[in-house]
Write a protein that binds this ligand. Structure first.
Ligand SMILES: [Zn+2]
Ligand SMILES: [Zn+2]
Length: 131
């Protein structure tokens, strides 16, 4: 009876990295879930209510902007909708919002709309014909 679970050397680091990532995701996911259990699903700024599928638009804001400060009573958390949350952070450009990279916790609004991008291209093509 000498059956041991042997770990192959390859892929070890990958596992560690994946573990750390999962850890972080889990932690961020948990505080959000805890916050959602503690507070009514209402944006603390605009007062909109979020239910069902819309609930994912409700994010957890850290009042002191410290991601690591997650007291169990939720005193550092505030539920904000994505718009109000973005608004809150555009006033203080800090790492809490922009450093977040996990879905479910703080969400990144990385889609920057460029409404004039197409127009610019059109203008370049439409050169007036030379006489
Ligand atoms: Zn809001
Ligand atoms: Zn925040």
């Amino acid at each position: 009876m000498s059956q041991k679970k042997t770990e192959t050397g390859t892929g070890g680091l990958e596992n560690i990295v994946a573990g750390v990532r999962r850890d972080r995701e889990l932690r961020e996911k948990t505080y959000r879930e805890r916050a959602l259990k503690l507070f009514p699903h209402v944006c603390g700024k605009c007062g909109r209510e979020f239910t069902g599928r819309k609930l994912k638009e409700l994010t957890v804001h850290h009042r002191d902007h410290d991601h690591e400060n997650n007291p169990p009573d939720g005193s550092n958390w505030e539920l904000l909708c994505m718009y109000c949350h973005d608004n809150e952070h555009s006033r203080h450009l800090d790492a809490e919002w922009y450093g977040a990279e996990t879905p479910g916790g703080e969400q990144q609004l990385s889609s920057v709309h460029k409404p004039f991008e197409g127009l610019e291209a059109l203008l370049k093509i439409k050169k007036p014909p030379l006489p």
